[in-house]
Design a protein. Structure first.
Length: 255
């Protein structure tokens, strides 16, 4: 990010710390209750009736834990600049997705009788505008970068057509590749990884279907690929030089 072409690229609230607040306040109690219920169920030698009660308690907490993880995954999928179809994600969609995920997480605390401090929710919610502004600013920056690239590229395709292809066909492939690469292969991340794989394949299919690359000289096509690669790398949701490290730590999120 210290390279000249990256200077002036937007920053946003650190997604790792955003999720870590939820992890400490809600994820940790859920994880503790889940582990306790699991151990009680696995270790009991009581009669069928007693074991059934423990099994029910464990399964309820297991569902609670899964929904909590789904909420955390929902936040990760929400804080992305593109929709599944390759268009820029709008503010309304991002906000709705984040808030819905937070509510899902908060509801799981209620199910284990954990009172969520108002201060925690306030702290988390007040960061949403910063996350959205960061995404919007990056979208604007990417569009400006594409315009500059097209102006300098001297490619025999209309500027509007080439710019649209760069921003909404080629760039999303690199964004989703990075999202997938930055998500650690943990069992609890399987649903998120599967979702990213599905979106990435959809983006690749859309790119392949455009056929525009067949009208580009090889050297020009490679320049387009390099532009998309470098532009995707500027989308950082964490202050860490390797977003995946903070992403991994956030995904541990206790539960």
């Amino acid at each position: 990010m210290g390279k000249p072409e990256y200077m002036g690229v937007c920053s946003m609230p650190d997604l790792f710390h955003f999720q870590q607040d939820l992890a400490k306040g809600i994820g940790a109690p859920i994880g503790k209750a889940w582990k306790k219920a699991k151990a009680a169920y696995k270790e009991t030698k009581e009669c069928y009736g007693e074991r059934k009660i423990l099994e029910t308690a464990y399964l309820q907490l297991d569902m609670c834990r899964n929904r909590y993880q789904n909420g955390m995954h929902g936040i990760n999928k929400a804080v992305q600049p593109f929709t599944k179809t390759g268009e820029f994600k709008c503010e309304k969609t991002i906000r709705h997705s984040i808030i819905s995920s937070i509510r899902l997480i908060e509801n799981q605390a209620d199910k284990i009788g954990k009172e969520v401090k108002e201060k925690l929710i306030t702290k988390v919610v007040t960061q949403i505008d910063g996350l959205i502004d960061g995404i919007k600013t990056w979208q604007q920056w990417a569009e400006q970068s594409a315009t500059l690239f097209v102006d300098q590229a001297a490619i025999e395709i209309t500027d509007a057509e080439l710019k649209k292809w760069l921003l909404h066909y080629l760039l999303p492939v690199f964004i989703w590749e990075l999202a997938l690469r930055r998500t650690h292969s943990k069992a609890k991340n399987k649903k998120l990884i599967d979702a990213y794989k599905e979106i990435l394949q959809q983006a690749r299919d859309k790119l392949k279907g455009s056929n525009l690359e067949h009208h580009l000289p090889l050297d020009k096509y490679k320049r387009c690929l390099e532009w998309a690669k470098q532009t995707a790398r500027t989308f950082q949701r964490s202050r860490s030089q390797v977003e995946g490290r903070n992403g991994y730590l956030a995904f541990v999120h206790k539960a």
